[in-house]
Structures are given as C-alpha cells and as structure tokens.
Design a protein around this ligand. Structure first.
Ligand SMILES: NC(=O)c1ccc[n+]([C@@H]2O[C@H](COP(=O)([O-])OP(=O)(O)OC[C@H]3O[C@@H](n4cnc5c(N)ncnc54)[C@H](OP(=O)(O)O)[C@@H]3O)[C@@H](O)[C@H]2O)c1
Length: 258
C-alpha cells in the first residue's frame, strides 16, 4: 500500500493537500507540530474518504527530524511514493529591526528542512517505482521582496533547487514540481507579523483548497512550476520579464511597513 507524506499538514495549504489527496484515494502520513490538530484531521479524513491516515508529530527545525520520520516510516512498513514538502513560515519587517533568530528560522524551515526531507525521501523510497516530489515555494521566489528579504530569498533558493533536481531526476521516474502560490487564506500571516499585509491583499487571496488542487494536478501531470490563479500568473510573468530595478521598487512600495 502506497502513502503520500505531507509536511505542514495541520493547517492551511498542507491540510488542503491532505483532503485533496485523500479525495483521490491516496493514503496519507501527516507531519506537523500540533498533535491534536493532526489527530482530528486524520480521523475526519479516514472516516470521510476511507483511506489510511497516520500522523507523526515533530518540529522540522529539529536537526535530525527527517531521519526520525523516515525511520518511523520504515519501522511501520509504510511505502511512501509521494512527498508534499510544504511546511514553511515567513517573517515580515525591516531586516535589521527584526530578531536574527526569526530570519534564521525562516531559512532553516523553508530551505534546510525541505532539502533534508527531499534527500531522505529520494534515498529511503523505492527507486524502481514512480515517485512524486512537490515543494511548496511561493510567487515571492520570482523577485527580491524588501521587508521579506530572507523569506523570498529562501523561496528563490527552493525554486532553483526544485528545477535543478527535476533535471537530475528526469530519467528516474520522479516528477518534481515547484508549487508557487501567491497570497492564500491560511494561518500564515499572524505568526509572520503580516496581518496588515494580508488585509491589503485580501481581494487577491486564493483559497487553500484551490491552491492544493492545482498543485496536485501539476505534480501528477509533471509540470515543473505551478503558479495557481491568473492574478499570480500575471505577477510572476511581470516579475521575470520587467527590469529588475523596477520590480524591486514596486515590491517595496507594496510591502513597505506603515
Ligand atoms: N499563505 C500564503 O499566502 C502562502 C503564499 C505562498 C507560499 N506559501 C507557502 O505555503 C506553505 C504552507 O503555508 P500556509 O500558508 O499553509 O501556512 P500555515 O497555515 O501557517 O501552515 C503552515 C504549516 O506548517 C507547519 N509548520 C510550521 N512550522 C513548523 C515546524 N517548525 N515543524 C513542523 N511543521 C511546521 C504548521 O503546523 P504546526 O504549527 O502544527 O507545526 C502548519 O501545518 C509554506 O511553505 C508557505 O511559505 C504560503
């Protein structure tokens, strides 16, 4: 029996992925820190869709958590063929005025943890079967964003990493997709110190279930990059093709703290 492993599955886009995957008959392993949330989601999904759902509580900032998760998977005899590498966080504000620890947490969770999970996934799973790896990135990956400097740089890293990995793995039956959502209605904003930015962007916010559906469709059809929603597609196109100085000034104008 095959399993899909989803990180950051207790809330937001990861939780929406859990429901989307289960609705297509996939068995699930859910990872996040909130044990009670994972427990309730696992129970509801297995009752609703009749699939197997297990959860593993853990902090992805812990140094060896990726090994612990895959050891636990092996001990239980689960066969994972899909990783939705989704857990991530942001932090907003003028760089030097925010605690360095917050910037480092953003970088560790968004880059190191996703890279470690991808590495473990590729080594611990069966190389002879079809496998799927989706990294949740962001439209922030397409341009530098003042006042979210570390967050968007971490996402630019993951976009580049995903594309390179996709090429390396092209002959090994591994689909690799970078999902680049724009603003999405989730719990992302309050801990990121971004409530006001979310309010300003509220007209263009997408629903998490739509983002997850487009992401999963893209992964299954082997798209390199998925940007959900027309507004985000236009923004991503402009960010890649307009003069970079102008792009940075425009982002700064939008994100400037009041
Ligand atoms: N929302 C947006 O507008 C937006 C836009 C572009 C990209 N994204 C990206 O989408 C992904 C999901 O974000 P979201 O919007 O769904 O945010 P969210 O609602 O805050 O969900 C984040 C998830 O990650 C988990 N998580 C956070 N820190 C963790 C840690 N140290 N260890 C383990 N799990 C951890 C959280 O669970 P626990 O708290 O239970 O651990 C939660 O399940 C992130 O990579 C984010 O950068 C979001």
């Amino acid at each position: 029996m095959l399993y899909t492993l989803i990180t950051g599955a207790s809330k937001g886009i990861g939780k929406a992925f859990a429901y989307e995957c289960a609705s297509r008959g996939m068995n699930l392993i859910l990872v996040a820190r909130s044990e009670y949330l994972l427990h309730d989601i696992a129970k509801e999904i297995s009752e609703k869709y009749g699939v197997n759902v297990y959860s593993h509580t853990g902090n992805l900032l812990d140094h060896a958590i990726h090994r612990k998760i895959f050891d636990w998977i092996k001990e239980n005899g689960f066969h994972v063929n899909m990783l939705i590498n989704n857990a991530g966080m942001g932090y907003y504000g003028k760089f030097e005025q925010q605690p360095l620890e917050k910037h480092l947490e953003v970088m560790h969770l968004n880059m190191d943890a996703q890279v470690k999970m991808a590495h473990e996934f590729l080594n611990a799973t069966n190389p002879h079967q079809k496998r799927y790896l989706l990294n949740t990135v962001s439209t922030g990956a397409f341009q530098p964003v003042p006042y979210m400097a570390a967050y968007c740089a971490s996402k630019a890293f993951m976009l580049s990493f995903s594309r390179a990995l996709r090429f390396e793995l092209r002959k090994q039956q591994v689909n690799v997709t970078a999902l680049c959502p724009g603003g999405t209605e989730t719990d992302f904003f309050a801990p990121a110190n971004m409530d006001k930015v979310a309010e300003k962007n509220s007209l263009f916010m997408m629903k998490a279930d739509r983002v997850a559906k487009e992401g999963l469709d893209g992964l299954l059809s082997n798209k390199a990059v998925v940007v959900p929603g027309w507004y985000n597609k236009v923004g991503a196109f402009a960010a890649r093709h307009a003069p970079q100085g102008l792009v940075v000034r425009q982002s700064a104008a939008f994100f400037k703290p009041e």
